[in-house]
Design a protein around this ligand. Sequence first.
Ligand code: S3P
Length: 178
Amino acid sequence: MHTGPENIALIGFMGSGKSSVGRRLAGRLGFHFVDTDALIVRRANQPIAEIFAQRGEEHFRREERLALESLRGARRRVIATGGGIVLNAENVALLRDLAFVVWLRASEETIFERVSRTDKRPLLRTENPRETIRTLLAARLPLYEKAAHFAVETSAQPHAEIAEAIISGARRFFSWEN
Ligand code: S3P
């Protein structure tokens, strides 16, 4: 049994549905929803793409760390994270302390289709975004796997079902009654 705060953190690649599933999940549970990207943007008063362009990825990763730190002591939150949060081992340890960590898995195809709808993601502004996704995914899959307490496949399931699957997992993890 997990005795810590009853938070649920969503990890996974860009476009895996962390924010939309997270909002739905928070609504279902009556938890607050927070998004580490949004915390960073608010603190920096700058969009993510600008933070990357002006201050670099390393700076952004440090900000991710601070965003997670700021959630220490929080309870009953659904925490959506940026796709790269698992790159830093300290972030992973902190996440696992803070929350039941759920990996939203999505296929390369699904990710490509979803992220192609916007150009908000600085890491995918490359000559060949499909290839970039493939390379980043290959590097990150083992990190998501290692960081997660639980995984849910999101490519073919509606958000409502994904949220229910997470709630079932959380019920066991936190030993919630019924
Ligand atoms: C990133 C994912 C983005 C955002 C930043 C870097 C990554 O978040 O944190 O652009 O390294 O995968 P989403 O996963 O919400 O798109």
